[in-house]
Design a protein around this ligand. Structure first.
Ligand SMILES: CC(C)(COP(=O)(O)OP(=O)(O)OC[C@H]1O[C@@H](n2cnc3c(N)ncnc32)[C@H](O)[C@@H]1OP(=O)(O)O)[C@@H](O)C(=O)NCCC(=O)NCCS
Length: 155
């Protein structure tokens, strides 16, 4: 790991004024199922959503969006993205740790997410983090790709 880079990465909540940071990562990291500016603005404005950014010397290198819902103690990792220039350096792991912390702070005892069945880096990250696949959603993505639904109990 590049320790100099790692120690200069800071994770913080993203405000609506940094919407372009989220959009840039969406465009750089996802080929399908991208969130629109309008969708991202709604997420940034919602009290039941945590939008996190990982910043390196002022530049965004990662993002995570976590959704919460009244009446359930299950939080959903809606999106996780790390810029290609910063991958393999522990940023994804840091974002997941922070997402888990946010979920605990909001009284959740479970995290869940969907991931493309062919997205090996993401699946490995989630498995390493204690997620297990519960079922498959056939044709979940715009291009027809299937998804694993993965879950982690926060105990
Ligand atoms: C998936 C993603 C978020 C991982 O972020 P990252 O910062 O590179 O991940 P980290 O460096 O924190 O790696 C953490 C663990 O993930 C796994 N991992 C990460 N990249 C991997 C790769 N290319 N191949 C296999 N496993 C990988 C490893 O288990 C790794 O732990 P290790 O280094 O101790 O072996 C990043 O690749 C990404 O943004 N991809 C494009 C967007 C995306 O697919 N998002 C997920 C949507 S569900």
């Amino acid at each position: 790991m590049n320790t100099l880079f790692y120690s200069n990465v800071h994770i913080r909540r993203i405000g609506e004024n940094r919407i372009d940071d989220l959009l840039a990562l969406e465009e750089a990291c996802f080929e399908t199922d991208r969130s629109s500016r309008r969708n991202l603005r709604n997420l940034l404005r919602s009290a039941s959503v945590s939008c996190l950014g990982a910043y390196h010397r002022g530049a965004v290198v990662g993002s995570a969006v976590i959704l919460f819902r009244a009446g359930t103690r299950s939080a959903r990792i809606y999106s996780l993205a790390v810029d290609a220039s910063a991958r393999g350096l522990g940023v994804g792991r840091r974002m997941m740790e922070r997402a888990e912390k946010e979920a605990r702070l909001r009284g959740c005892d479970r995290l869940r997410l969907e991931v493309r069945m062919d997205n090996i880096p993401a699946i490995r990250l989630y498995e390493r983090f204690g997620f297990a696949s519960t079922h498959v959603l056939n044709g979940y993505y715009e291009d027809g790709a299937h998804a694993f639904v993965m879950r982690k109990e926060l105990i």
